[in-house]
Design a protein around this ligand. Structure first.
Ligand code: XIL
Length: 375
């Protein structure tokens, strides 16, 4: 059933992608294909948005990429500049240089910004674990949130309040991940974080961001169950969570993409009254053969199948990819291809031309039912 559905989708996909790509020149020109509507324009026509993650290096050193981001995106998110290690390098000492620079760029380009992330087990300064172990973690968390979310209050579209909270294999209470925050504060660390953001910046949509809920694999089913339970419990306790971020770090070599399971899962979230945002889309290809054309087809059709299961839900607000060009993807750092070639994980190639993945996004956004824009 899964395989057959997927294959039919792929055929449908090929026909539509061919049409979109035909309208999409592929030469490495300095002025890429501006005549074909950019992703955010297509998204907006459906009441959605499209955006991408920006690294500080990109912002400072790569005007070519930033021009493409300005052209394609309605929202940006910092790859690192809003994380603890960047913002709060020493106890009681903040450095807003990089986060302010992204805010300034975005405001001057009329592009919205999402904040990522306030509470996570990674991206933290070395001093934090020690400080948490000494006690006073709730005060520390509240202070950080007051300083950071307070500084940008009214200027951010969303906050990823807590990132990657669940991990049932850690065998903690409620399927929660064993993190320094859980250890210091127990499960209530999540409630403290959401309440603090609601106070510091009531206008920003409060998001619980999560990965590894995409496939019909047993371990991912366990994560879906844990996430739904956590959300239900949070809402019962009156915790002011408003949306779920699906990171969508996909892997083109995984065949267990079941659109029925995926769309039911998204529906289970939105039936609770929550919104959904696709926050970090990219597609690993490190287990595929080197040939670029076939990798591009596999990556694009994989993303298309995933997006087509998710975007029809009217409570989905938009899609961001984790980067925009194959010039820079975190995947090359954590999952390097054995042949050393760069991954083809993102919508634009290293010359900033639109790839099949761009077309897959365009087609899926075009095919999404219209909705009233809500975030
Ligand atoms: C990654 C960044 O891309 C890297 O540059 C950084 O060193 C580590 O974090 N899920 C997340 C993101 O929520 O914050 C991660 O970003 C990628 C996985």
């Amino acid at each position: 059933m899964t395989i057959r559905r997927f294959a039919r989708r792929e055929m449908l996909f090929s026909a539509m992608t061919a049409a979109t790509l035909a309208a999409c020149p592929r030469s490495a020109s300095a002025q890429p294909d501006v005549a074909v509507a950019a992703l955010n324009n297509r998204a907006r026509a459906r009441g959605l948005f499209y955006g991408a993650a920006v690294s500080n290096d990109m912002l400072v050193k790569d005007p070519g990429t930033m021009a493409r981001i300005a052209a394609e995106c309605g929202m940006v998110v910092a790859e690192s500049s809003f994380k603890w290690a960047d913002l709060h390098p020493k106890s009681g000492q903040y450095d807003f240089t990089r986060s302010d620079a992204l805010m300034d760029w975005a405001i001057s380009h009329n592009i919205r910004v999402r904040g990522h992330t306030l509470v996570w087990h990674e991206g933290n300064p070395d001093w934090l674990a020690g400080a948490l172990a000494e006690g006073g973690g709730a005060k520390l968390m509240r202070e950080h949130i007051r300083a950071v979310a307070g500084r940008y209050a009214g200027r951010l579209a969303h906050w990823d309040v807590v990132n990657e909270a669940i991990n049932p294999v850690d065998k903690q209470q409620h399927g929660l991940r064993a993190t320094p925050w859980l250890k210091a504060l127990g499960p209530s660390y999540i409630d403290i974080a959401f309440n603090a953001v609601a106070e510091a910046d009531p206008a920003a949509l409060r998001v619980l961001n999560e990965f590894g809920v995409d496939y019909a694999l047993d371990w991912q089913e366990g994560r879906r169950v844990a996430l739904l339970k956590l959300l239900g419990d949070m809402l019962k306790r009156g915790v002011p969570v408003q949306a779920v971020g699906l990171q969508a770090h996909l892997d083109a070599s995984i065949t267990q993409l079941d659109q029925t399971i995926l769309s039911r899962f998204v529906n289970d979230i939105t039936s609770m009254g929550l919104k959904v945002i696709v926050t970090e889309l990219d597609v690993r290809d490190d287990r595929l053969p080197a040939d670029i054309a076939s990798r591009d087809i596999a990556v694009a059709s994989h993303a298309r199948a995933w997006l087509d299961a998710v975007l029809p839900n009217p409570a989905v607000l938009g899609v961001l990819s984790w980067g925009i060009t194959d010039r820079r993807s975190w995947l090359n750092d954590i999952f390097p291809r054995p042949d050393g070639l760069p991954q083809r994980a993102l919508p634009l190639d290293a010359d900033l031309n639109r790839k099949r993945l761009w077309a897959a996004l365009a087609d899926s956004l075009d095919a999404a039912p219209g909705r009233v824009s809500a975030g």
